[in-house]
Design a protein. Structure first.
Length: 250
C-alpha cells in the first residue's frame, strides 16, 4: 500500500510532456552520444597493487567492525550493562552511521581520499580501547557505539570513491564488484568469528584486540596508496543516426 501511494504521487504524469510525433513512415533522426570512458582495463586493475590494498582494507574492515557491531549488545552486557541500556546504546550505531556517511562525503570533497579513509579506519581502534579499558562505564560504552557508527557510515563510501579515483570508470563495475565481494565475505565471517572467539575464551576481549590490530593494518593499506591518476574529463561525441518511427500509420 505504501509503495502504491509513493508511485501515485511521485511517478504519475511522467509522460505528460511527451511530444506527439507526426505519424509518418519516414525514419526519425536521433543523436547517439558515444562516450569513451577513461580508466584501466580489467586485467590492469586486477594486477595492480592498489586493487589488493583496497581488497585487504575492505575485507578486514567488514570482518572486524561488523563482527563487533553485530555482537555489540552482548559485549555491553558482558561489561555489566542492563539489557535495555545495552540495546539503547547499540542503537546509537545507526544514528551515528548517518552522521559518518555525510561527514566522510564532505571530507572526500576536500581532502585526499586515501588519507580520509585511513583516518576513518582508525576510529574503531579508539572504540575498542574504550571498551577494553573501562567497558563498564556508560560513557565508554556510548563513546564506543558512536565511534563504530561513524566508521560504519564511511565503509562502502570510502572504497567506492577510491576505486573510481584509482581505476577510472572504464571497468569500474567489475573491479568494484571484486571489492564488494571482500566486503561481503568479511560481513559473513566477522560475526561468526566474534561469536566463536567469545565461546572459546569466555568473552569478547580477544576479538576486540584482534579488531584493533586488523584495523591498523587496514588503515595502513589505505595510507600507503600513491596519489591517484588524473583521468581526463569525459566528453561525449555525438553520432547522428536514424531510427524508424515505431508508431507507423494507423
Amino acid at each position: 500500500g505504501l509503495v502504491l501511494v509513493a508511485v501515485w504521487f511521485f511517478f504519475r504524469g511522467a509522460q505528460d510532456d511527451r511530444s506527439v510525433l507526426p505519424v509518418t513512415d519516414q525514419p526519425v533522426p536521433a543523436v547517439i552520444a558515444v562516450v569513451d570512458l577513461p580508466g584501466v582495463t580489467l586485467g590492469e586493475g586486477l594486477r595492480s597493487a592498489t586493487f589488493y590494498k583496497l581488497l585487504v582494507a575492505a575485507g578486514l574492515f567488514a570482518f572486524t567492525t561488523l563482527g563487533v557491531v553485530v555482537h555489540l549488545v552482548p559485549i555491553l552486557r558482558d561489561a555489566g550493562a542492563e539489557p535495555l541500556a545495552a540495546a539503547g546504546t547499540a542503537a546509537l550505531v545507526g544514528v551515528f552511521s548517518i552522521v559518518g556517511r555525510l561527514g566522510v562525503g564532505l571530507l572526500l570533497d576536500r581532502f585526499p581520499g586515501r588519507f580520509v579513509g585511513a583516518c576513518a579506519y582508525l576510529i574503531p581502534i579508539v572504540g575498542c580501547a574504550a571498551l577494553l579499558i573501562d567497558g563498564s562505564s556508560p560513557l565508554a560504552q556510548t563513546l564506543a557505539a558512536a565511534l563504530f557508527g561513524l566508521t560504519l557510515g564511511a565503509e562502502v563510501d570510502v572504497i567506492a570513491y577510491l576505486a573510481s579515483r584509482y581505476f577510472g570508470l572504464k571497468n569500474f563495475g567489475g573491479l568494484f564488484g571484486g571489492l564488494v565481494a571482500a566486503l561481503s565475505l568479511g560481513t559473513a565471517f566477522g560475526p561468526l568469528a566474534a561469536g566463536a572467539t567469545s565461546d572459546h575464551f569466555g568473552g569478547y576481549s580477544n576479538f576486540l584486540i584482534l579488531t584493533m590490530v586488523l584495523m591498523g593494518v587496514s588503515s595502513l593499506a589505505l595510507a600507503s596508496l600513491k596519489a591517484p591518476p588524473d583521468w581526463p574529463a569525459v566528453t561525449p561525441e555525438p553520432e547522428s543516426s536514424a531510427i524508424p518511427n515505431q508508431d507507423g500509420p494507423t
